[in-house]
Design a protein around this ligand. Structure first.
Ligand SMILES: [Zn+2]
Ligand SMILES: [Zn+2]
Length: 369
């Protein structure tokens, strides 16, 4: 079938809206008419080639839409269902079977290879024989996408579908880190470094978890004000003074938890130094491959601290995404405050606004519900 999709053809290039051909779904795949797709930092990372993935490629990995057709082995969703698309995983390796699909041993093939894991393509364009697709097993900067049943999550129909795509990546990353990975208990203290979509989701989730000291750290006062509105109890502008000292002034010994969304080694070091004994620091920021962290081993060992890597908030998406929607519907997780909508043909403006920090979470409206 004919679709319109946004392709990036070269490093740092614009998104170009072009007509392409999309295959019908294979037996375990689902054809989704895309209603809206969030733009996430990882789309920019690939566009700018800060992480390797083949171009030209149709990006987009926070799709939300309506099921139009299903392969004959699909049992999880049916035609007409509202769905959110999330990351791909095999469902069969030891990590997947242990309940940790975010650490699927075949993560790269399912999300970044630019094709299905078997090397075949879902999207074709005559004039671009080396076109790549299947980004996060979806490539949802498009009017239609084919995803695998595994990464197609049924969602309720009484919630605005155009809002839900970011739950499939950025929002579940921040919220899942708090509620799944760090398992922050009520009464705990936490410092969240970086108040983009992931950090603000972590702040909202920390409030849901019952944390009583939630410190937002950033250099942007406007974002820090929003962090307060969403549940932070304190803010620190890291341009002003020593952050570790300010954390200690607020907490005494330091925080039980720290959460870094920046991927900057010097920020992560601050996050760890601001922990109390036995504190845990979670890391989710994408970091350039040539960067290294430096701690004295005693910073970790003597204080009994833990530094923990986290992907996609350790989410089992079919369980966690509906949980976040229920929290949203009860007013406990107002992630809509992060979202600004753009039309599909404003994708380059949306990307620019995201990179400049003007917009926290851009969402492209692509089709009607
Ligand atoms: Zn797997
Ligand atoms: Zn993402």
């Amino acid at each position: 079938m004919k679709i319109t999709a946004a392709v990036v053809k070269e490093k740092g290039g614009s998104f170009l809206l072009e007509e392409m051909e999309l295959d019908q779904p294979q037996p375990q795949e689902v054809l989704v008419r895309i209603v809206a797709t969030g733009i996430c930092h990882t789309d920019m990372v690939i566009r700018n080639q800060q992480m390797p993935a083949p171009l030209p490629m149709v990006l987009g990995h926070e799709g939300a839409g309506v099921v139009e057709a299903v392969g004959n082995e699909v049992t999880e969703v049916a035609v007409g269902d509202h769905v959110v698309l999330t990351f791909g995983y095999c469902g069969k390796c030891s990590s997947c079977r242990e309940g940790f699909p975010t650490y699927c041993e075949h993560m790269l093939e399912h999300n970044f290879a630019g094709s299905r894991p078997d090397g075949s393509h879902r999207i074709h364009q005559h004039s671009t024989p080396d076109l790549h697709d299947s980004f996060f097993s979806q490539s949802s900067f498009a009017t239609y996408a084919v995803a695998h049943e595994n990464n197609t999550i049924k969602v309720p129909k009484d919630v605005p579908l155009e809002l839900l795509g970011p739950l499939g990546c950025g929002i579940q990353t921040g919220a899942g880190a708090i509620l799944n990975s760090l398992n922050v208990p009520s009464g705990a203290s936490i410092a969240v470094f970086g108040t983009g979509a992931v950090g603000l989701s972590a702040i909202m989730a920390s409030r849901v978890a019952g944390a009583t000291t939630i410190i937002a750290v950033d250099i942007n006062d406007e974002r820090l004000a929003l962090a307060l509105e969403l549940g932070a109890t304190h803010t620190i502008n890291s341009k002003t003074g020593n952050v570790v000292e300010q954390i200690q002034q607020l907490t005494g010994p330091g925080t039980h938890f720290a959460f870094d969304t920046t991927g900057r080694p010097e920020v992560i070091r601050t996050a760890v130094q601001g922990l109390r004994t036995h504190g845990v620091c979670g890391l989710v920021g994408v970091t350039a491959p040539d960067k290294e962290l430096s701690f004295g081993p005693n910073d970790i060992m003597v204080a009994g601290r833990t530094v923990k890597g986290i992907l996609q908030g350790d989410s089992v998406p079919s369980i966690f995404i509906p949980r976040l929607i229920a929290l949203y519907q009860q007013g406990q997780f107002p992630f809509d405050k992060l979202v600004k909508f753009y039309e599909f043909d404003q994708i380059n403006q949306a990307a620019e606004d995201s990179e400049k920090g003007v917009t926290i979470k851009p969402v492209l409206r692509i089709g009607k519900v």
